[in-house]
Design a protein around this ligand. Structure first.
Ligand SMILES: C[S@@+](CC[C@H](N)C(=O)[O-])C[C@H]1O[C@@H](n2cnc3c(N)ncnc32)[C@H](O)[C@@H]1O
Length: 295
């Protein structure tokens, strides 16, 4: 086996075409993520360094290890965390949050006193997206004594742990609009800020593989926010996932995806929002026979 020098100090075995194809297939089959050829050295480094950490001598041996029953599943979790792109920030797409803001202001007038506004951040990474949605909902619902709940889901248990902690570095605040700064955070130690208890108790986080949405019980959602996840998937898979998400919306609910993530998507239950700044859909309030759909 040949070895390559990485980062000046570590040698990792060279990932040949056959091994690259094998790992590429495993990753796509289990997570939906398509790793292009240009990412081969990233895969080689990530696998190679992890193999060194746990004392695996070859890609073959490591492959057997991650595909071997329950202990393999634990190792797979660690690997997925290393291989997925987890970049995120508060209010990452200001135009999309403006759309959410307007929707919430409208919905607040229609929501019954005993109804909860339900939001779902799909592929939430370390939670900034879920908490941003909570901040918007909190702004309009809490003063009226109305309730909201935000669920963040992701495949990586490691980012979910961070999301649950609600703790971030102070520089994360740079992305938070001024209006939310004072009421949404508390200082929790040197060089750390923390989401306020009021917001945190409205948010929960759970491991859900977006390829396995039938196992996820979330339904009747007013807001489904799924940005920067589908871009790593093939188009047919994006379409399948969006078809399921459309069904999980409450009538009148909104589905927000990243701009250009699925340009020609249409679904009989959804009305696209025509706006060059965002990619979003509203679930029709009536079904195909013209009857008002039930919440
Ligand atoms: C680039 S981050 C996007 C975070 C956030 N949505 C945003 O736009 O800032 C992509 C997230 O999708 C998650 N992800 C990738 N494949 C997934 C899958 N099959 N099921 C659920 N989450 C997945 C990754 O773990 C990662 O946290």
């Amino acid at each position: 086996m040949s070895y390559q020098l990485q980062s000046g100090i570590n040698y990792v075995p060279k990932l040949d075409d056959v091994q690259f194809g094998r790992w590429q297939n495993l990753l796509e089959e289990r997570t939906g993520m398509c790793l292009p050829l240009q990412r081969r050295s990233f895969l080689q480094t990530s696998l190679g360094l992890r193999m060194q950490e746990i004392g695996c001598a070859s890609y073959e041996e490591y492959y057997q290890r991650v595909t071997d029953g329950p202990s393999g599943a634990i190792e797979w979790n660690t690997l997925v965390d290393r291989l997925t792109v987890q970049e995120t920030r508060f209010f990452r797409d200001p135009d999309a949050y403006e759309f959410v803001d307007q929707y919430v202001q409208q919905l607040v007038t229609e929501l019954a006193d005993d109804e909860t506004l339900e939001c779902w951040s799909v592929g939430c990474s370390s939670g900034e997206e879920a908490y941003s949605l909570a901040m918007v909902a909190d702004r309009y619902l809490t003063p009226l004594g109305k309730r909201y709940a935000v669920t963040g889901t992701d495949i990586s248990t490691i980012v979910l742990r961070k999301a649950r902690s609600g703790r971030y570095q102070p520089r994360a605040l740079e992305w938070v609009p001024q209006d939310y700064l004072a009421s949404s955070f508390k200082t929790s130690g040197i060089n750390e800020i923390e989401i306020s208890d009021r917001l945190r108790k409205r948010c929960c986080f759970s491991q859900v593989n977006i390829l396995n949405l039938e196992a996820c019980p979330l339904n009747s959602q007013h807001i489904i926010y799924c940005q920067n996840v589908l871009i790593y998937f093939r188009r047919w898979r994006r379409r399948e996932i969006l078809n399921v998400l459309a069904e999980r919306l409450a009538p009148g609910g909104i589905l927000v995806i990243g701009l250009g993530e699925m340009v020609d998507f249409n679904h009989p239950l959804l009305e696209p929002v025509h706006n060059g700044q965002i990619s979003a859909f509203v679930r029709k309030k009536t079904n195909s026979t013209g009857e008002t759909a039930r919440r």
